[in-house]
Write a protein of this length. Structure first.
Length: 73
């Protein structure tokens, strides 16, 4: 069982890294120093970007659950 959880954790971690790196980043130097990089407009995720964001959340939760499950096995 421990071997299976190891493979699941490795797969989820790679998938999580890929999903995080593919997401759009609006942070710039001005935003890091307290400025507003969006120009006062509110950014809303739509379509594939929203799906990728929600998938990232689900994969992160599954990764955390698999890590906890590995502690109890």
């Amino acid at each position: 069982m421990n071997d299976i959880l190891s493979y699941i954790e490795i797969t989820l971690s790679i998938l999580l890294i890929v999903l995080v790196l593919l997401q759009r980043s609006d942070a710039s130097v001005g935003a890091a120093l307290g400025g507003d990089s969006l120009g006062g407009t509110k950014f809303e995720r739509r379509g594939a970007e929203k799906l990728m964001f929600n998938t990232t959340i689900v994969v992160a939760i599954l990764f955390a659950l698999s890590a906890l499950a590995r502690l109890f096995v």
